[in-house]
Design a protein around this ligand. Structure first.
Ligand code: CTP
Length: 401
């Protein structure tokens, strides 16, 4: 396996009983193709001999700040630059505290201060020490500086106590490293997502709309960003924070939404229509607030443009994903929409079920495409969105795009 080929990983080992597990971690990283160098804190030498790491990596192990032999190989600044990742495992309470304060009184800390690479920490300590406010404050400080905190685990500890503080197992830490370096499934792709409801004005103060909260679309935007996509989010009025790096284009009516979509559609690889676009709008929008007069009032509605169908019939069409909200014959209706709107995928949900569909935090989806289907069990919209993005990535990559 070569998932970590060309990756330079500097493994920092500080002085805790879990240091012996760092040898296994070192072996697993090398097995995945990584170039590994090891730097130990002086206290770590009390738990494991540098020779072990030397034998595993085939390279000198760095311990002392001023070590003539090791510095012939690479000095601390070179090591700091060389590393794609500095992974400190185990990271003891003392090392965490010193990192939080910016200490540089041993080689490992000096490198941590000098490096511009990502630093990941695998905390390992007695559960009392872990739960102490001082340690928790240090962890918070380190997380706020974008250091990655991997673990700790809960369970039986070397000291005989039980609780949070055990270092994550080497295999688990390897998975974290792999996930960090794995290029997202939508890396380099442009994804546009419509989300939320539209508002169709009756007069300057009234409108027709629906109960869509936008949660599904925003969760999809987040999931697509996590998968490496550049996301353009075309959103009707909602009260949600804009996910990470998404480019937000706001709109009110279906017409607005269509204009925003069409003026930014060039170069879009995948279009996901999760918005609950109003199918109709008032034929006339009164310039002034309508005054009540007669006992009855009739509002004439006309059809709105179909944003998704318009995009899917473009000559240079992106891969198109639609949603369907159904109360009966889910598959039949969803497959008809799949065909009529010329979609690549359709995600359908029952909207009459309690806790499903509109304005709720959970959802269950049936996903259909020409040659297949997948059922996504009821889950939080965040998890469902990640699963759906995974399916979309699979189908996109297997289609001739
Ligand atoms: N859609 C759209 N523009 C519209 C209407 C719908 O882009 N004017 C998109 C939605 O974002 C969704 C899919 O089309 O992806 C839903 O299709 P639609 O035919 O409206 O299905 P339902 O909302 O389920 O409504 P109905 O069954 O009543 O037609």
């Amino acid at each position: 396996m070569t998932d970590l080929l060309n990756k330079n990983i500097l493994l920092g080992v500080s002085g805790g009983i879990a240091a012996y597990k760092a040898a296994e971690l070192c072996r697993l990283l090398i097995k995945q193709g990584a170039s590994v160098r090891v730097v130990m804190s002086p206290a770590a030498e009390e738990f494991i001999r540098p020779l072990t790491f030397h034998a595993l990596t085939g390279h000198a192990v760095y311990v002392e700040l001023f070590d003539a032999e090791a510095s012939n190989a690479m000095d601390h600044i070179e090591l700091a630059r060389w590393a794609d990742l500095l992974l400190i495992a185990p990271a003891t309470a003392d090392t965490l505290a010193k990192l939080a304060q910016g200490y540089a009184d041993n080689l490992l800390l000096t490198i941590a201060l000098a490096t511009e690479s990502q630093i990941a920490l695998a905390p390992a300590m007695n559960q009392q020490m872990y739960q102490k406010q001082a340690t928790q404050d240090n962890l918070k400080t380190l997380a706020s500086r974008s250091l990655l905190l991997w673990g700790p685990d809960e369970g039986e500890q070397a000291c005989g106590e039980s609780g949070p503080g055990r270092m994550l197992e080497p295999g688990h830490l390897l998975q974290k490293v792999l996930a960090l370096f794995k290029p997202g499934r939508l890396q380099g792709l442009n994804v546009m997502i419509t989300a939320g409801p539209t508002r169709e004005a009756i007069d300057p103060v009234r409108y027709i709309s629906n109960r869509s909260s936008g949660k599904m679309g925003y969760a999809l935007a987040e999931a697509a960003i996590n998968a490496g996509a550049k996301v353009t989010l075309v959103s009707g009025p909602v009260c949600l924070p804009v996910p990470g790096s998404a480019q937000l284009l706001t709109c009110q009516s279906a017409d607005d939404m269509l204009q925003q979509v069409l003026s930014h559609i060039n170069g879009i690889d995948i279009f996901i229509a999760s918005a609950a676009v109003a199918d109709y709008r008032p034929q006339q929008q009164a310039a002034d607030k309508i005054k009540k007069s007669a006992d009855e009032m009739t509002l004439k509605l006309v059809r709105n443009p179909d944003v998704l169908a318009t995009v899917s019939s473009l000559e240079q069409r992106p891969f198109c994903v639609g949603f369907a909200a159904e109360t009966a014959d889910l598959e039949t209706h969803a497959r008809i929409k799949l065909q009529q709107k010329r979609l690549d995928v359709i995600a359908a949900n029952w909207v009459h079920e309690k806790h499903s569909g509109f304005d709720v935090d959970e959802n269950a989806l049936s996903v259909f495409w020409a040659q297949g289907e997948r059922q996504l069990e009821r889950q939080s919209k965040t998890v469902i969105a990640a699963q759906l993005v995974d399916i979309i990535a699979d189908l996109f990559h297997s289609a001739s795009h």
